[in-house]
Design a binder for this molecule. Structure first.
Ligand code: C2O
Ligand code: CU
Length: 474
């Protein structure tokens, strides 16, 4: 990444449209509908903040991130997607337990042709931090910037009050010297077969190294989203006092962050961050690289007089309906998922179009990974599994590759199950779960949302080259 750090980069960042200074108050009980029109179209973004010409991107309303969509839990969102791009597109509402027909995946929706539009309409059962993004040619369209933030506010006022809220969308970009997206490498087999496309510029809310203004003595709710194609972020908050309060939208018991925070592509985290009363010099939000810290953003003190710091630790957020789902592990549907392939892997052949195909031919067809020996499970007739609505499914996943993968479920959250003698310790509910190379994890979900759903690696180059399957809930 571009690692030149000078005083010059501390200029005030314009366009930090996602920094919200007040937290919305809860409204009256009746549910309501929020409407928006999103035009997917070309635009420009000052990612490098003037170090190069502005970057030509594709974005919702021509911006990156796209417009912030925000509504209350149990409310309805209606979005008209207008396709003003030169190729078909669609929107997926990442992490929302949505009506299947509105999921935006190719299993349930024909991509919207250029010049056409599509009306999405759904309710939001769980509060939390979500995002929306293209689900067509992700390895190209996500690279170009087609994503935005979706916040669902808690139906009930929070027990905890925050003085501020900050939304930090972290992305990386592979740009040439002119600051333009390196187009030749979009969808390159080199990226597909290795760790996916990683950038040489980082952005937070669409700009490199912005300043984020924080109130001294205040407690801020920070919502972080990793929208990178493939980069796993190890985030470093220096000496700031940070608690994790939600993962992938779902509340967790507040826990002090002791180490770096790992955020894989697609994942989100909500944090409570206490800003010291005497905070003065910029503090760094760092991305830990192998042997150094790359500055992603700077926290700087606002002009407000210091607030009186709290002496309590943050309270837990109220449970979502998702968090109340109960696994029935006595008699689950047991599914195994063997992840195979990639550079430095042992895969020699896999099934493609129903025929066993050698690796050279697979590569020529743009496939280099497989699930359970099938390189095109996304278009295969057979789902990975079929579950009755309400049943518990365990997914025994083995990452038999030399690369980490961020496994994402549509329409559901799942949690890791660790057998501990006789007792079972469940991990947090997540919609995206990181599997390091060689790892074997047992995940469990309650299949309570009827329809056909994708399961894929969220490293979008991997998803396009074999790491996509699907499951059916009836
Ligand atoms: Cu956020 Cu199918 O992806
Ligand atoms: Cu992957």
């Amino acid at each position: 990444m571009n690692c030149t750090i000078t005083r010059r980069t501390l200029l005030k960042a314009a366009g930090l449209s996602l920094t919200v200074s007040a937290v919305p108050a809860a409204r009256a009980a009746a549910t309501s509908t929020t409407t928006a029109t999103l035009s997917a179209r070309p635009g420009h973004a000052a990612i490098t903040r003037g170090e190069t010409p502005a970057t030509a991107i594709w974005g919702y309303d021509g911006q990156v991130p796209g417009p912030l969509l925000r509504l209350r839990q149990n409310d309805t969102l209606e979005v008209k997607l207008k396709n003003d791009l030169p190729q078909p597109t669609s929107i997926h509402w990442h992490g929302i337990r949505i009506d299947n027909a509105m999921d935006g995946s190719p299993l349930v929706q024909q991509p919207v042709e250029p010049g056409d539009s599509f009306d999405y309409r759904f309710t939001t059962p769980d509060a939390g931090t979500y995002w929306y993004h293209t689900h067509t040619r992700g390895y190209e369209q996500l690279t170009r910037g087609l994503y935005g933030v979706l916040i669902v506010d808690e139906a009930e006022p929070l027990a905890e009050s925050f003085d501020q809220e900050h939304i930090l969308v972290i992305d990386d970009w592979l740009l040439d010297k002119e600051g333009q997206i390196d187009e030749e490498t979009i969808g390159a087999m080199m990226h597909m077969s290795h760790g996916g496309r990683s950038g040489n510029w980082a952005s937070v809310n669409g700009v490199n190294k912005p300043e984020i203004s924080v109130d001294r003595g205040g407690r801020t709710r920070m919502r972080l989203i990793n929208t990178c194609n493939a980069r796993i972020l190890d985030l470093d908050f220096g000496e700031l006092d940070v608690w994790t309060i939600a993962l992938d939208g779902q509340p967790v018991a507040p826990a002090r962050l002791e180490n770096q925070l790992v955020l894989a592509p697609g994942q989100r985290v909500d944090l409570a961050v206490d800003i010291p009363e005497n905070f003065s010099e910029p503090k760094i939000l760092g991305i830990a690289m192998r042997d150094s810290i790359y500055e992603a953003a700077y926290f700087v003190a606002s002009d407000k007089p210091p607030l009186k710091p709290r002496d309590n630790s943050p309270e837990a957020l109220a449970d979502n309906p998702q968090s109340k789902l109960v696994l029935n592990l006595d008699n689950p549907l047991k599914v195994t998922l063997d992840m195979q392939g990639g550079a430095m892997g042992r895969m020699r052949e896999a099934s493609l179009g129903g025929k066993m195909t050698d690796i050279r031919t697979l590569v020529r067809s743009g496939k280099v990974w497989a699930f359970n020996g099938i390189a095109d499970m996304d278009t295969a007739q057979q789902p990975l599994f079929e579950a009755r609505r309400g049943s518990t499914v365990t997914l025994d996943i083995t990452n038999n590759t030399s690369w980490p993968h961020a496994m994402h479920l549509h329409g559901h959250h799942f949690r890791q199950i660790r057998a501990d003698g006789n007792s079972v310790t469940p991990g947090p509910w997540r919609d995206t779960h990181l599997m390091e190379r060689g790892e074997q994890h047992t995940m469990a979900l309650v299949a309570d949302n009827p329809g056909d759903w994708l399961i894929h690696c969220h490293m979008v180059e991997h998803a396009a080259s074999g790491m996509t399957g699907w499951f059916r809930v009836t």
